[in-house]
Design a protein around this ligand. Sequence first.
Ligand code: SAM
Ligand code: SF4
Length: 335
Amino acid sequence: MDNIDNSSGSKGLTDGFGRSFPYLRLSITDVCNFRCDYCLPNGYQGCKKADFLSIDEIKRLVNVFAELGTNKIRITGGEPTVRKDFTKIAQLISSHSSISTTAFTTNGYRLAQNAKIWRNAGIDNINISIDSLNKERFFQITGHDRLSEILKGIDAAINVGFEKVKINVVLLKGVNDGEVNDYLSWAKSSPISIRFIELMQTGDNQQYFQKYHTSAITISDELIKTGWTLRKRNFNAGPAQEYIHKDYQGSVGIISPYSKDFCKSCNRLRITSNGDLRLCLFGSQGVSLRHLLQSDEQKHLLIKLISSQLAFKCSSHFLALGDTGITPNLASIGG
Ligand code: SAM
Ligand code: SF4
């Protein structure tokens, strides 16, 4: 994609295709309390006492990635806010002098009560997943009748001044794709950014994917026809093509992982909740960093290991060939 502002891009970690990686997605747990149809339809099946990265391990990771040019970290999961030390983790990330943007992605179930606490912890941006604005449909997709409390949480997030409040909507054919105009109406009078995300195939959801995947291209075409314009991407921005319109307070982002050239602008690396480095959401391998997160003295070995891995980053994923790599569902890696 050629609408990327790379002027202040990270020169730290680069791969063989000229891409740099200022953006880290850090999963802090696989556990989730929701049962989204496309992700964990039977709920979280793993061990709730699983041994996820500790605060000390996260601190060492953040220090090393910051040294390697990372300036934006998104905390994700599973549902990151199920961790009791979520606020502490957010604080430790946002207080690092090299991290200019701390973000997190949540299903929003604790947002109404905690928006202020989390903003005060230094979090800048928040993404909340809402796959339907219809109460019954929201329940049908997520297994939780919590739409109205999550919407209250979003109002709270706007009121306490998060810099960006984004709403993630996974497009599902015949389920919520008729709601696009409802989301646009919301963005008309609210300073939110709606992210329409194409459903991605993962190891566990192949039949679901065949049934419900739909392209987001018709939405982009419609936006252009109705006066929306494409905004230039920041060097550490997420994967969305973002559109703005003079009559709307909010904006709209389209995330189409199946589109040609999607991976050309990849600027992200991922760490799983157990401390594996993943070069791609749909890669075929991960490398464990955890043994090098046990003491500060291991820093140079850790830097060496991370840097050497970049040589293995592929130019693109192979989703179009049905190859979903080792990712059973996005909760397991951090979407
Ligand atoms: N639990 C949090 C949430 O739902 O926002 C954070 C983790 S969730 C894995 C992160 C994002 O990935 C959510 O917006 C979710 O809707 C999206 N997601 C999960 N599985 C997906 C899939 N198969 N295709 C596209 N998006 C997916
Ligand atoms: Fe949980 Fe998020 Fe997956 Fe839904 S999308 S099941 S909220 S991890």
